[in-house]
Design a protein around this ligand. Structure first.
Ligand SMILES: NC(=O)c1ccc[n+]([C@@H]2O[C@H](COP(=O)([O-])OP(=O)(O)OC[C@H]3O[C@@H](n4cnc5c(N)ncnc54)[C@H](O)[C@@H]3O)[C@@H](O)[C@H]2O)c1
Ligand SMILES: O=P(O)(O)OC[C@H](O)CO
Length: 337
């Protein structure tokens, strides 16, 4: 059995902590909010993020990031991308020994264009980390806490570390695969949120299944194009962290990105949508990063660019779809790679 702490008590951090506690690991969840720590320890619930869910009695919470990191061997980082640097800076200030880090966040930092594992490498000194493993794939917290069959992938160049994390999480309803392609896993996981926002917008506009299928397929094409230029294995994008996560996020009502996009398509403005969601919608920030990545790597990303125009240039969603459809004619497969 492992000693594991999960940093971040939102929906995904809590769902993963439940899996780990149910697997018999000594599991602690860290929240920066004392009221949430008290709720988890005393009522065994986390009602804001996972309504109608009872947490295992063995799962304990702490508001001490020092204890959360120093008392455990594997540290799972489950905060939104924009909080990653700040949280690392907090624990690095008190961390005394080397740990194995797992991150589960799906984003790219705008401007620096860094992937999450690159942020962790920058913020956590090499002497304090053995390996960094990425956990990603089609997995809504709402279904995991109901123990509904779910598959994810853990990616790391060091397969020994990946297999240790696979063993920690794997059980009868949570199946974990391993992968060596960290770049592919992180790019697929982050960029699918941008396409899911667009898929939600298309649904919000009242378009049908043809449009949705087109977005998923051509969305995967542009994610693959970018990922390959960044050094990913093209096959990764046919897997769970690519196509798998793209399908679930573009089609599920659980998806915050799809729901935010749906409201966008119905004509709501971004600030009111984000205020209403109350949970992280990673694709909004990642859309900025995708726009910058497309320019930096000189890759055509028409769907991501269209979404960027809707989010940040006030282009009406219908005009963005019309402009996508009116683009110059192309060959399909040449445009895939
Ligand atoms: N929810 C899912 O089903 C799911 C599944 C797979 C991956 N993810 C990814 O996991 C990451 C976290 O998502 P989530 O769904 O748990 O988000 P969430 O909005 O449900 O919760 C985010 C949590 O992070 C905390 N937080 C925010 N800023 C913080 C800060 N500066 N310091 C400390 N804590 C802070 C919040 O208090 C909250 O507890 C995201 O990158 C998301 O894409 C989510
Ligand atoms: O709710 P979303 O849109 O953040 O998506 C959650 C997960 O990433 C789905 O795999």
């Amino acid at each position: 059995m492992e000693n594991i702490s999960v940093l971040g008590a939102g929906s995904w951090g809590t769902a993963l902590a439940m899996v780990l506690a149910e697997n018999g690991h000594r599991t602690t969840i860290w929240s920066h909010r004392q009221d949430q720590v008290d709720e988890i320890n005393e009522q065994h619930t986390n009602a804001k993020y996972l309504p109608n869910t009872v947490l295992p009695q063995s799962l304990t919470a702490t508001s001490s990031i020092e204890d959360a990191v120093n008392d455990h061997d594997i540290i799972v980082i489950a905060v939104p991308t924009k909080a990653i640097r700040e949280v690392c800076q907090q624990f690095v200030a008190t961390q005394t020994t080397e740990k194995l880090f797992v991150h589960v966040s799906k984003g790219i930092e705008p401007d620096s264009l860094k992937r999450i594992s690159e942020l962790l490498q920058e913020e956590i000194p090499a002497a304090l980390r053995s390996d960094i493993v990425v956990l990603s794939g089609p997995s809504h917290a709402e279904e995991v806490v109901k123990q509904q069959p779910t598959t994810v992938t853990v990616a790391c160049e060091n397969m020994v570390a990946a297999e240790r994390v696979q063993d920690a999480f794997m059980n009868g309803y949570f199946r974990v695969y391993t992968l060596e392609d960290v770049i592919g896993a992180e790019i697929g996981g982050a960029l699918k949120n941008v396409i899911a926002l667009a898929a939600g917008a298309v649904d919000g506009l009242g378009y049908g299944d043809n449009a949705k299928a087109a977005l998923i397929t051509r969305g995967l094409a542009e994610i693959t194009r970018l990922g390959v230029k960044m050094g990913a294995n093209p096959l990764t994008f046919s897997g769970l962290t690519g196509m798998g996560d793209l399908i679930v996020t573009c089609t599920s009502v659980h998806s915050r990105n799809w729901r935010a996009g749906n409201l966008l398509g119905q004509g709501y403005k971004l600030p009111e949508i984000l205020a209403q969601m109350g949970m992280v919608v990673e694709g909004v920030r990642t859309a900025k990063a995708a726009h910058q990545l497309a320019q930096t790597y000189d890759v055509a990303m028409p769907i991501s660019s269209a979404l960027y125009n809707v989010l940040f240039e006030e282009q009406p969603p219908k005009d963005a779809v019309d402009a996508l459809m009116a683009r110059m004619k192309k060959r399909e497969i040449d445009e895939m790679m």
